[in-house]
Design a protein around this ligand. Structure first.
Ligand code: RB5
Length: 144
């Protein structure tokens, strides 16, 4: 089933892509919950990572997207929440595999590392790829 409600957050380093992705998602008919940040003022990425992770882990949204300068801090922070499988992606193959094999439920990207067109293609691939299940479910169970 396609995710329809997406939680999204960024720090100052990911703000522009966050806004571009929200626009893209809304045009595609997704409902978005924007947890911030809302300005270019320097802020702390874990605060936003934890907000999105909580929404996804509590099943208040189907999936989440996090953007910071590199995507690294966001992915490290989001993965601290039980039940979260946050994948840092810089190209579409990783985005596809993170869904098929890892059933990733949060996508992380780095605004300072990839172009906006690539970021939107990653989002599209990630949202439209289903988990393969089977042997991959057993491996995910072992993570928990
Ligand atoms: C902020 O300067 C930067 O450290 C942050 O956006 C992110 O890249 C951290 O992983």
């Amino acid at each position: 089933m396609q995710a329809k409600k997406i939680a999204i957050g960024s720090d100052h380093g990911g703000l522009e892509y966050k806004n571009a992705i929200i626009k893209y998602l809304q045009e595609k008919g997704y409902e978005t919950i924007d947890v911030g940040t809302y300005t270019k003022e320097s802020c702390d990425y874990p605060l936003y990572a934890h907000k999105v992770a909580k929404l996804v882990a509590n099943k208040e949204t189907d999936k989440g997207i996090l953007i910071c300068g590199s995507g690294i801090g966001m992915s490290i922070a989001a993965n601290k929440t039980k039940g979260i499988r946050a994948a840092l992606c810089s190209e579409t193959t990783s985005a596809r595999l993170s869904r098929e094999h890892n059933n990733s439920n949060i996508l992380c990207m780095g605004e300072r590392l990839i172009g906006e067109t690539m970021a939107l293609e990653i989002v599209e691939t990630w949202l439209n790829t289903e988990f393969s299940g089977g042997r991959h479910q057993h491996r995910i169970d072992l993570i928990e």
